[in-house]
Design a protein around this ligand. Structure first.
Ligand SMILES: [Zn+2]
Length: 503
């Protein structure tokens, strides 16, 4: 008997013994402790058996600077299996938090989201991404025995588009009385600059992610994806989700991508393709601004409507794709800057996709940050580089009150400090949300597939859950999920990076 077979046989015996004891334990009243032992034996045996799965040969992960870096490699099903297996702990931690948020805000149960995932979203997803999503559920199950299936995973992937875009559209269509007042989110502050605007003429792109802290504290995965088809990807992301989703990423053909959402966007096309799938496909297959635009427009469902900030390091050109549902606009330049902080600017998009948004209300978070971006970028024209971008993401100037101090109007948002909250997004006073992490990259780094990223507020301040919940009992429903959000150091990652022990 070889060592490998001997080990396998030992595991089999363990599993069989455990199963017998477990069956016996079901008929015994004082078998609790024994059952716990058996559960852990079964879990160990399952994990041990799965760890020799050939699909896991090329994957690895490590922790650094508060991030979990995971390398995924292979065909779609393999990439998915690796994702579910390697990030099983993070998915099982994040899933209940996302689920609680979706159910709480929409007053719909989880069965509703599973049904939408199965009937509306799944049939519109390309087979290769269906295989990847299926793989995530399988990898997760192999590691932990999780009962989450592929429709739970698809519903999780849709957490930025179904609750805040589809459900309000549905409520309106069904003329539902007493429906919650759902608003599309206003996530993120970002810019992309090129030409005479930057220190050495190359592209600089930077982004901080705004979400609830409950979700955002978990938005700390660095995905290094080497797919069998398409371009290599380096992006930040969320456990169990196939797109970056906040979004920030680069690919090996020179695309540099970020976005900020369009505030007060309204609309949904039930026949369209899910946004999370289009966004992932675009980062994997687009080698130019035109290709990126084409993929995002193909089957646009209106979900998670964003202003996409794009750069192509091969040409030095940057672009802003304002992707409404009924209208869209693409601006592009080889010498200029585009910024985003959740406002639309094309008159047609403003008129027909965001009819309620007031671009002239300078007290609002999107418009106040727009003014601040203009000030900062103009003041620093010709000097912009990655290190300056990091400082900009951490900026605490309130352009409306013209003073320094973090709140809902600053590029590094701290809405929990604000008595006003952000009513445009239904974030009430002291809402525990704001900037939850930041990333930046320039053309030279993108060429080497490198980026820098920081967990937590880009300014370095920590958010502490316990004192916050004590002061704001109205958010007690988040208590099981809301954790301290500790700022990590700015940390560099690159594609193909190995953990220290493997070097
Ligand atoms: Zn800050």
């Amino acid at each position: 008997m070889s060592d490998g077979i001997r080990r396998f046989a030992a595991v089999l015996i363990l599993v069989a013994g455990a199963a017998l004891l477990w069956l016996a334990g079901r008929h015994s009243n004082d078998a609790g402790a024994a059952k716990d032992d058996l559960d852990s034996t079964v879990a160990y045996a399952r994990e041990h058996a799965a760890s020799s799965d050939p699909r896991l040969k090329a994957t690895y992960s490590f922790d650094r600077g508060g991030w979990v870096y995971v390398h995924l490699e292979g065909d779609p099903a393999t990439i998915g299996f690796q994702h579910g297996y390697m990030l099983a702990k993070e998915i099982e931690d994040a899933f209940p938090a996302v689920q609680a948020g979706m159910v709480h805000s929409t007053q719909r149960d989880w069965a509703f989201f599973r049904q939408i995932a199965r009937e509306m979203l799944w049939p519109k997803i390309d087979p290769e991404y269906q295989q990847e999503l299926q793989g995530i559920a399988e990898g997760l199950n192999a590691r932990t025995g999780s009962q989450l299936d592929v429709y739970d995973i698809v519903a999780l992937n849709s957490f930025e588009e179904v609750p805040d875009y589809y459900v309000p559209w549905l409520n309106k269509k069904e003329k539902l009385t007493g429906a919650p007042n759902l608003k599309s989110p206003g996530n993120c502050s970002a810019f992309v600059a090129t030409g005479t605007w930057t220190k050495n003429g190359q592209i600089v792109i930077a982004h901080n992610n705004w979400t609830s802290y409950m979700d955002g504290e978990r938005w700390r995965i660095i995905f290094d994806i080497q797919p069998a088809h398409g371009y290599r990807i380096l992006m930040d992301g969320f456990p169990g989700v196939i797109a970056s989703d906040d979004d920030f990423g680069i690919n090996s053909d020179g695309l540099m991508v970020a976005e900020t959402t369009i505030t007060q966007f309204e609309g949904w096309d039930p026949n369209g393709k899910p946004e999370f799938f289009r966004a992932r496909k675009a980062l994997q297959y687009a080698g130019s601004i035109d290709e990126y635009t084409r993929i995002m427009l193909d089957g646009n469902n209106g979900g998670y409507a964003n202003d996409w900030l794009l750069g192509d390091r091969k040409t030095g050109e940057i672009a802003q794709l304002e992707l409404g549902l009924k209208a869209y606009k693409l601006w592009r330049t080889k010498d200029g800057v585009f910024a985003g902080s959740n406002w639309a600017r094309d008159p047609k998009v403003l008129k027909i996709d965001t009819p309620q948004f007031d671009p002239n209300d300078m007290t609002s978070s999107p418009n106040a940050r727009r003014v601040r971006w203009e000030q900062l970028l103009n003041e620093n024209k010709g000097k912009i580089d990655v290190s300056l971008a990091q400082q900009m993401l951490a900026d605490h100037v309130d352009s409306f009150e013209k003073k320094n101090g973090a709140n809902e109007r600053t590029l590094c948002g701290h809405v929990e400090t604000s008595t006003r909250g952000v009513s445009l997004w239904e974030w009430g006073a002291f809402y525990p949300g704001g900037a939850v992490q930041g990333k930046a990259v320039d053309s030279a780094m993108a060429k080497d597939m490198r980026l820098v990223a920081r967990t937590g507020h880009p300014c370095g301040e920590d958010f502490l859950a316990k004192p916050f919940l004590a002061a704001h009992p109205e958010f007690a429903w988040q208590e099981p999920y809301l954790r301290d959000m500790i700022a990590g150091p700015w940390t560099e990652f690159h594609s193909g990076e190995m953990p220290a022990a493997m070097n």
